[in-house]
Design a protein around this ligand. Structure first.
Ligand code: AMP
Length: 282
């Protein structure tokens, strides 16, 4: 079956209604500019669900005034080809006016999990994400929804929202897809100049240094952090936003590493912001 492009809420509901009782519906929410990272989510979802919906929506609510909303890459034709090749059933690609016909007076705010890491650097971002994902869950009503571990804090926010609000969706976490030099694949990588692109894997290298230190038995987070920061500080054109060691569920900083932790970092290279993380344990 070929991939069908749907732009309105009424139409996607109409298409899904008759199959709902007999088929498992899977959702992969994206902002488009699809790449191998999204491909991995789609492939896993394809194996586990009968009817696979990929949503493509650059959600203005999750971008701050200084973020890259207007310049965020938009590649609708390539995305349609990409989804067709991976046997996606439906692409839901609404206009902003379809999703937000009037300004949202109702939002979903997940607290605590958003206090650290990207939270303080992107005020309102996770409320924008949680709100749009809640809306997509209401519109599509999938049994299963797929999210990348690359955005680990986002994944925790969604898992907690689903559990706190009894949304009844199984959230599936998919491992991060990387380029051969370790850089996490991201739509934002295309902003990087060739020189910046060459520097970008430093974030993954720093996370690996932290992972190695923890594996060797360095259990004081401050010491682990120092080793990883030393890697980042070797590159003068890299600005560090944060490099933290947090618990994997609530993303709270840990002082002493006694179990699994996520080492997460955000850097800026020129105008481009990159994030990455690794799950690790002593
Ligand atoms: P985005 O289009 O950037 O909002 O991403 C849509 C989904 O794809 C999110 O759940 C991301 O975590 C996931 N994703 C993005 N990049 C990667 C990657 N390199 N590996 C795995 N998942 C990814």
């Amino acid at each position: 079956m070929s991939t069908e492009l749907v732009q309105t809420i009424a139409e996607i509901r109409q298409l899904l209604e008759p199959i709902r009782s007999s088929q498992t519906i899977g959702l992969v929410p994206t902002m488009g500019a699809l790449h191998e990272g999204h491909g991995s989510l789609i492939q896993q979802a394809r194996k586990e669900t009968d009817c696979l919906v990929v949503s493509i929506f650059v959600n203005p609510l999750q971008f701050g005034p200084r973020d890259d909303y207007t310049r965020y890459p938009r590649t609708p034709e390539a995305d349609l080809d990409f989804c067709s090749r991976l046997d996606v059933d439906l692409i839901f690609e609404p206009e902003v006016e379809e999703m937000y016909p009037t300004p949202s007076l109702s939002t979903v705010e997940v607290t605590r999990i958003t206090d650290h890491l990207c939270g303080p650097f992107r005020p309102g971002h996770f409320t924008g994400v949680a709100t749009v994902v809640a809306k997509l869950f209401q519109i599509i009503q999938p049994q299963r929804a797929y999210f990348g571990e690359k955005d680990a804090q986002q994944l925790s926010v969604i898992e907690r929202m689903v559990s706190d609000l009894n949304l009844g969706v199984t959230v599936v976490a998919v491992p991060t897809v990387r380029e051969s030099d370790g850089l996490a694949v991201s739509s934002r990588n295309q902003y990087l100049s060739p020189q910046e692109r060459a520097l970008a894997p430093v974030l993954y290298r720093a996370l690996q240094v932290a992972q190695q230190a923890i594996a060797e038995g360095v259990l004081d987070s401050g010491k682990v952090q120092k080793r990883a920061l030393a890697v980042l500080e070797q590159e003068q054109s890299v600005t560090v936003e944060y490099l933290e060691i947090v618990d994997p569920e609530e993303m709270q900083p840990v002082e002493r590493i006694t179990g699994p932790v996520r080492v997460a970092g955000a850097i800026r290279i020129g105008a481009t912001r990159l994030i990455d993380n690794l799950l690790t344990a002593p």
